[in-house]
Design a protein around this ligand. Structure first.
Ligand SMILES: Cc1cc2nc3c(=O)[nH]c(=O)nc-3n(C[C@H](O)[C@H](O)[C@H](O)COP(=O)(O)O)c2cc1C
Length: 383
């Protein structure tokens, strides 16, 4: 028997929102997910990228997979860039189809810094804030490899990197994006500069927390310059832990408190926060971990990490965030907004094809149908 589902359009997730100059018809944001499908020498997005994002155009906002700002930024296989003319032209195909379908799309900018590997850089050492190994791994063409001790960036390298970010933002605008998001999380370049265990510089880009955050603030201003209005988001991961270098201790959280307060003085469209990792699959996200930054940042907040329909609606209703982003749910459910609106069950993605497999596990997840079980029935069948 098929149970008809009454749409629940009163959900906070389905309300309109404004994130700076980005006007969203709903608050279901597609989080950035690296899918490693730009399997060509030029790291150019393909026709499959256009199909993949077109299928997800119902999102209130799409934030693309992280994308290289320059060749020096590369540190993962088959990730697209935004530094060549071919890449700009190919991204234009993606933004055109998303816009034609009524969507909005911003490009996430990525630089791996010391978390790259010589295999990505024609044998050259990666560069980072100081000559300290971040002790993470890099996905190279011959598999995951441990990082090495990088060379310390000169001030000229830093100026060139800020200029690369600015050029990437100019290219993103040419490619038709609605804005860009600065990925400042994980174990990558900007987070390396913020980290006192990796940044031992004594110049203006180190020394104390004011120095360590200088690179990010310069990048924000450089990347905002090519746009009119507020179209630059910043993604932070204060709770990120990896190896022996990245940990969310008191000092780290105090650094991020000061940084987020400082963001209020820069042209930031939204703050995209990755909250604490859930320690068990059935736990709900730690709301206080998000609320901490809501109190400090005066602009819109997108929350992320482990949310589902119920916890996301509750978070927005409580006022602790303006929108919620979904990564794994958007991989397996291209029509996630429809499923939320109609209370349909969610599909589960295939982790083995996250980073490999061409079309498989990428553009072949079907949209839901009216015959699919409602959430309640699917949950009841599982118990
Ligand atoms: C396959 C995969 C790729 C990811 N790639 C990125 C990325 O490119 N940039 C980024 O900031 N986060 C990336 N993330 C992290 C997600 O955006 C998100 O923070 C995480 O999956 C938790 O959200 P969720 O519980 O909705 O899945 C990735 C996550 C996954 C599973």
């Amino acid at each position: 028997m098929i149970t008809a589902v009454v749409p629940d359009l009163g959900q906070p997730l389905l309300r309109r929102a404004e994130l700076g100059d980005l006007a969203l018809p709903n608050r279901v944001v597609m989080a950035p997910v690296t899918r490693a499908r730009a399997a060509d020498d030029g790291l150019v997005p393909t026709a499959m990228h256009a199909a993949y994002y077109a299928e997800r155009a119902g999102a209130g906002l799409i934030i693309t997979e992280a994308t290289w700002v320059s060749e020096q930024a590369i540190g993962f296989v088959n990730v697209p860039g935004i530094y060549s003319d071919e890449q700009v032209i190919a991204w234009r195909r993606v933004t055109d189809v998303v816009h034609a379908l009524g969507g909005r799309i911003v490009l996430q900018l990525w630089h791996t810094g010391a978390a790259s590997h010589p295999d990505h850089l024609a044998g050259q050492l990666p560069a980072g804030p100081s000559a300290i190994n971040p002790h993470v791994s890099s996905f190279t063409p011959s598999g995951f490899k441990d990082t090495v001790t990088p060379r310390e960036m000169t001030t000229a390298d830093i100026a060139a990197t800020v200029a690369d970010y600015r050029a990437a933002a100019v290219n993103a605008r040419l490619a038709g994006f609605d804005g860009v998001e600065i990925g400042a999380l994980g174990s990558f370049l900007i987070a390396q500069f913020l980290n006192p265990r990796l940044n031992r510089r004594t110049d203006a880009y180190g020394g104390d927390r004011g120095g360590r955050r200088r690179l990010l603030l310069e990048i924000i201003d450089a990347v905002a310059a090519p746009w009119e209005g507020r179209r630059v988001g910043v993604r932070l991961g204060p709770y990120w832990t990896a190896g022996d270098r990245f940990r969310a201790d008191e000092e780290t959280l105090a650094d991020y408190d000061a940084l987020v307060t400082e963001l209020n003085r820069h042209p930031v469209a939204y703050l995209h926060l990755r909250g604490r990792d859930l320690s068990a699959p059935d736990l709900t996200p730690d709301v206080e971990a998000i609320a901490r930054y809501r109190r400090q940042f005066h602009g819109p907040v997108i929350a992320n990490n482990g949310f589902d329909r119920e916890s996301a609606n509750a978070l927005i209703q409580s006022g602790h965030a303006d929108a919620v982003s979904f990564a794994t749910h958007f991989i397996a459910n291209p029509d996630l907004v429809t499923r939320f609106a109609l209370g349909r069950a969610l599909a589960t993605g295939d982790r083995d094809s996250y980073y490999t497999g061409g079309a498989d596990g990428y553009v072949d997840y079907p949209a839901s149908s009216w015959q699919d079980a409602p959430r309640e029935e699917a949950a009841a069948r599982r118990t």
